[in-house]
Structure formats: structure tokens, C-alpha cells
Design a protein around this ligand. Sequence first.
Ligand code: NOJ
Length: 739
Amino acid sequence: MKQVRKRFATVLPFFLMILLQAPALPQSSAEEKFLDSLISGMTLPEKIGQLVQWNGSNPDGEKLLRDGGIGSFLNIRNREEINRLQKIAVEETRLGIPLIIGNDVIHGYQTTFPIPLATAASWNPELLKKACRIAAYEAAENGTRWTFAPMVDIARDPRWGRIAEGFGEDPFLGGRMAEASVEGFQGGNMTSEGGIAACTKHYVAYGAAIAGKDYNTVDISERTLREVYLPPFHAAVNAGAATMMSAFNDLNGVPASCNYFTLTQILRNEWGFEGFVVSDYNSIGELIHHRVAGDKAQAALEAIRAGVDMDMVGDTLAGNIYSPNLETLVRPGRISEEIINEAVRRVLRIKYRLGLFRHPYSIAEYAWNDTLPDAEKQKVALQLARESIVLLKNENSLLPLRRDVKSIAVIGPLADNRDEMLGTWTCEPIIANVVTILEGIRGRVSPGTKVEYAKGCGITGEDTSGFDQAVRAAREADAVVLVVGESKSMSGEAASRASLDLPGVQQQLVERIHATGTPVVVVLINGRPLTIGRIAENIPAVVDAWFLGDQAGNAAADVLFGDYNPSGKLPVTFPRSVGQIPIYYSYKSTGRPFDPHNKFTTKYIDAPVTPLYPFGYGLSYTRFVCSNLKINPPQARLGENIMVSVDVTNSGKIAGLEIVQLYLCDRVASVTRPVKELKGFRKVDLKPGETRRIEFTISPEMLSFYDINMRKITEPGLFDVMVGGNSEEGISAPFELVE
Ligand code: NOJ
């Protein structure tokens, strides 16, 4: 039986009365009845208060809170402080409506998992769900019942630093990871112990910022919006996402934070979203900078009318838009109070669904079952980190390294830096828990192996004075593990880059170490695809380790020494040069498809058209072969499911996991369609020599697209199915759809 500790037992009798009246009703009508009674007793300022989110706590905020003028706080993580503010809300305000506390719990709260882009490389939604569950529980224990995650922005321009926070370039993979995150954070039913509300962001098309420059204008067609950028948001809504965040960017002439078309027409009317929309940090105030609002009152008007329910950073220091401006809009009748009522209802609905009216405090205050023990959490972190690693190159099977090799030099500015392993956005990580790559290697080699460390240089800067020592270490070793890449602050928000080369003098370091002749393995630490053409050409083994969180070093060592056979696949294309960007696998054919023998086709005169590494790519220490592709029926009726089956064989000598990918191509349609689109994937674990037959179902939805009038249709005709280990290699077969 759940018990509430004495200290926080009092919740206003007003709510208890309403709640007690409700139990005989089905959940949804009980909820609506509760909301009706509550809203009918609220004054206009109290209603507006529910739409105001304050950043951090301070005396001004506390005063406003007591007057019922604040419904939410962000950026407070101290449990005592959260409970103290909550106590004011439930015991000292007239109506006692609990606060909802939001924080950016992006890839872990205390236990820190790999960054989202890395987790997408695992192609393992179930595992991501487990990680999000853990993050949610740790957050809820500390009073955070709302995370500003998942970020599901499709990103096809790696100059954009926020590519690190999302799931890459593909709407299908992005959609599966979005669902998993929402389910993991919310725990099915948000009122369940440790469920927190998800906030799918940044709605919408923020990742299409022109030139990859953060906060920049977005100008894309409705087709691209619907086909590429919206699907992961829709998947999140279907998975029950409680809230959405409206983005900073301008979308086709209307900023996303006052865009009626996306916020109301699509989100609410088409998709039936019942939760609430919070703005991004002062994005309502920034309507003034977008120059679609002349002052704060107009900004408030545009945003609330479009469907933004809560003003993030509604405090006096920054935005201060909904409070006090909404009141000045309602009083003279410039907007009806009904609009406010609707927004308030959505906010209160989520507070109700979170169970905050019954259990407003940090869940640590209630005698509920505890979360997993720390060791179990770290096991999930380790498994997710291992599965996120992508083996990019392994010439002459240099990897895995023998653990009894006589000596190893571990070199590079990212080889022994705990903090850097965590990547962008962390909450309360325990730095001492983080395992660096050097520590991981030291913990894995045989007792007789000598491990020599040399930093070589900084991540940035021009200082080459450490090169000589690093070169000496490399010369004296049998193998070098060279850990290079970006610092964690080089990706994430406000971290766009115009060059995607290794920063500082790291490329020179790579060349000096390579010149020693000792075999080199490069371990790349990165929040985005980097232009590593010279490394890919010259260095025999390259491991992409992103930012892997607490277990970075153990996961990398597992892969380097073969305790884990790498299975990750790129969730985003690696360009050869910045000039190729944007580059992605699901491009359109054009009227002049690429032909190396014909000058007047789509290509560059000074660079190849192919990427360095394609979407879906990643090597293993074994080999997988797909064969015997069957499509049933080969001629299907519109509306029928189609079964695809294929044999997958591990033809190598060790066990391994293959991510089998299914791509579809609509050969001829009434509008242009991508050359291929991912529509399914399976992760299969195969022993050496084992063959398994796997099946995919192609649903009618997967064959549909938006016609010229933006209606979803399916057209009869020929389609190609390709099944394989990445977006460029596989076996294919056609099928036909008939009326
Ligand atoms: C601004 C960021 O764009 C958003 O992703 C984040 O959730 C908010 N700040 C709150 O920190």
C-alpha cells in the first residue's frame, strides 16, 4: 500500500472533494469533470498563472506563486527546493493547484546514457526505452515530473550542433526512437511510480535551419514538412506524448511559436493531441525579433491564438509575455476567455494525469518501490553504450586487439577526460562514475600489458608541444588507440560549426602518430558526423564512439578487445566534405540522375557525389549475408498487407548482431518520391554459421504518400523492396500493387 509521509500529507480538501466524487466515472469523464469544476472556480489571473513557467526560484517568483500566478518552474533540480515551492503551491495558494516542474532530462538524470544521436545508432528502441525509464525515475525521485525530451528533430545538416540531441536524418528510425522515449519517460501511465511527462520538441522543422546555423530561418515545402519533419512528432503523439515544445524557428514565413497551421490545424485537429504546448525558452518574446509582433502584448496574442499554452520563461527577467499581457488582452475582449480556458484545461489535464493533485511532491517522499539498484542502471548504460558504437573501418581485421598485446599507447585529448564523455545536456551526473577510454582499456588488458598514456594536444588550440611525447609513446607501443574528436560543448544548442574537421591540431597529431608505423585505431568522440576523409583513407581502424556517457570507457574497451562485437549503424550520413551538405540517403532521383559518364547530370566537378559513410552503415567482426528474398503476394491489392521474408546468415567465425534494414522505392508515382525510404528494421543475434529467416510486414500506410493536394494516398504500380545491412547494399525484388 502506498503511503504518504506525514510532512507532505496535506492537499487542499477542495481537490479531495472533487477527486472523491470521481471514482465511479470512467477515467476520461472523471478527468473532464474534475477539470470543469476546477476551472469554473478560477479567476482570470489564476488561469493565466497556470500558463506561466518561471525559470529558477527567486523572491519575485515566490511572491507571484503565492498569488496563484505561476503554474510551473524549470531549471530547479534541488529536491528540497522543489518540495518547498510545491508546498507553497498546494498549501498557500487559494486553489492549491500543484506545480509541474520541468527540466532537460535528455539522456539521463544521474545515470548518464549516450547522447540521443548515439542511441539512434543502436537501432534498439527497447533498450532506449529502458534508459528513459531509469532517467524518469531518477528525475521523479528528485521532484522533476516533466522532461523537455525527446528531441525528435530530423537533422540532415551536421553543421547544426543540435543534431547530437536527436535521432538523425531518417523519419522512420526517428519515429521508432521517439515512441520508445515517450513510452520510457512516461512509463505507460504517467501516474505510475516514476512516470514523468515527455515533451516532444522542437515543433517543428527546427533541424532544417538554413546553412545549419542554429535558430536560423526554415523554408521548406509542406511536402517536406509532412514527409520528413512531422512523422517523428506524430509517432510521439500516437505514443501518448503529454506535451510539445514550440520551436524557435520561423517556418515558411510564420514562426513556429505562433504557427496556427502546425500547432492547431495539424497537431490538435489532424492528430487529436490532448496535451499542452509549451513555448521554447522565450520563443514567444522572440516573436518581436522575428518582427511578426510589435510588442509583448501582440506576441502573447499571436502565440495563444496559434495554440501555445504555456510561456516558458514567463518571468520578469526575460520573456514576461503571458503574464501580464494575456490579462490586458482578455479584459477589453481582444481574445475570448474561452481561449485561455482551453489552454488552462490542457495544462491542468496533464497535471491531473501525472497524479500531481494526489502526490504533488518528489516521489522520494512517498513509500513507493524503489528504482533499480545502481549496478543494474549501469548495466543498461553499458549495454546502450556498446550498442551505440559504430565500427567504421577495420582493415585487415586489426580489431579486435589482443588483450595480451605487450604494450599499448593510448593517445589523444579525449582519451582520459571524464567530463567530456558525457556530451551535451546533463543533469546531475556523478563524475566519479564516468569511465574514460584510458581507464576502460587499463581495466581490460592482461596484467603484463604496458599501457602508456599521452595527451598529445588539446581538443582545440594550436599547441603542438605534446606531440613529441605522444610520438615516442606510439613508437614504443605495439598498437595505438588514438582518441580524437570534438569537445562536448561543440555540439548541442548554439554550437553550429562551419567546418566539420577535427578541431585544433588533432589532425596533425593523427598524421604524426600514423607516421610512426605502429598500427593505429582511431576512436572518434563526436556529437555529429565529422569530415574524417583523411582518417578514413589512412588509418586502418576507426571506431565511432560519440559521447557515450558513464560507461564510455568500458563500452569502448569491450569493442576494442572483442568482448562486444560492434553492431551499431549510422543514423546519419557522413559527408566527405562540408560542400556536400545536405547529404542524405533518401534523396530524389532528379531529371538527370547521377551518371559518372555524363557531364550534364547531378554531381560536383570537384568532389564525389557519394558520402564517406552512408546511412545505416556499420561493420562487425563477423560478416552477414542476406539471401532468398521473398515477397508475398508479389501482386497485392491496395489496402492489403505484404509480407517480406529473407534469410540472414552469419557467415563469419564469431557471434554477432546484425541490423537488417528494409527500404522501399515507389517506381512511378504522381509526384516525385525518394529513391528509397527506410520502412523497417530488425536486430538479429546470430551464432557463427547460423541462418535465420526474418519477416517484415509492409502495411498500406508504408506505401502511401502525399499527393499533389497533400492528401495521403496509395497508388497502384510497381515497387522495389531492398533488404540489407545499410542503405547502399542489399538484395532487392519488385512487387506490384493493383486496384
Ligand atoms: C532552450 C532549448 O532550445 C530547449 O531545447 C530546452 O528544452 C529549453 N531551452 C529549456 O532548457
